[in-house]
Design a protein around this ligand. Structure first.
Ligand code: ATP
Ligand code: MG
Length: 235
């Protein structure tokens, strides 16, 4: 469903030019659960944002669900995102002065659902993440793990084809992380493609595929000096 060929991304800030992605070839099938790892600054967030059409590519081609999305206008990008894509961020990104239910409902408004359909979807998503009794709470009245579950409810309420998650458990303790991973795995089993950036080896194990990035390029895990070093140390 997702095909990238020779994708490059360069950031320019003043005199400094960063080649954030060098030449990415990547093909994902529908229903995969992909874990992306790599050191800080290697390009994981850049890749995720590009896959999720939050940022444009500078070179190469990108096809999503049969549509060439390499060079879309901002408006076209938002349309494709609304239809097919959801994000989950490390810092939850909930709107602080909206209730839990209103946070989940907000993106549904852009999808043209009736009020009754939006209500049905909000209730179903809240039930799925186990927070039906918290619908009227504000985000800051919830724990971090609960806030991330609200973000997951918001992500799944519109039945996206793919969810991009950037270190979704990065701010959570082990037990809460486990709950988030259980949920992501369940959502994936129900057919949603999930692409997740993580630093946690146990979470990588849960994915159906592992992609490692070094310095803006995908390397096979065995060829990565870091991973080889970890394996060597463990042996
Ligand atoms: N908006 C930007 N402007 C300039 N440079 C940027 C921008 N965003 C990212 N970069 C640079 O691109 C490179 C890749 O950044 P990216 O955020 O993708 O790394 P990452 O792998 O997600 O790191 P981390 O694990 O710390 O989140 C870094 O060198 C970063 O400094
Ligand atoms: Mg990042």
């Amino acid at each position: 469903m997702l095909h990238m060929q020779s994708v490059t991304k360069v950031y320019r800030a003043g005199d400094v030019e960063t080649r954030a992605l060098r030449s990415i070839d990547l093909h994902l099938a529908k229903g995969e659960f992909v874990a992306i790892t790599g050191p800080s600054g290697s390009g994981k967030t850049t890749l995720l944002n590009i896959m999720g059409l939050l940022e444009n590519i500078d070179g190469g081609t990108y096809t999503l669900d049969g549509k060439d999305v390499s060079r879309l206008s901002d408006g076209e990008c938002s349309r494709v995102r609304n239809e097919k894509i959801s994000f989950i961020f490390q810092s939850y990104n909930l709107i602080p002065d909206l209730s839990v239910a209103a946070n989940i409902e907000a993106p549904l408004r852009y999808r043209g659902y009736s009020a009754a359909e939006r209500r049905r979807r909000v209730e179903a998503a809240l039930g799925k993440v186990g927070l039906s009794t918290r619908a009227r709470h504000l985000p800051n009245q919830l724990s971090g793990g609960q806030q991330q579950r609200v973000a997951i409810a918001r992500a799944i309420a519109g039945s996206p084809a793919v969810i991009f998650a950037d270190e979704p458990t990065g701010n959570l303790d082990t037990q809460m992380s486990q709950q988030i991973m259980d949920l992501l795995q369940e959502i994936n089993r129900e057919g949603c493609t999930v692409v997740m950036v993580t630093h946690n080896d146990a979470h990588v194990e849960r994915a159906s595929r592992h992609i490692h990035i070094l310095d803006g390029a995908i390397v096979t895990p065995a060829a990565s000096p870091q991973i080889a070093a970890v394996r060597g140390a463990a042996a």
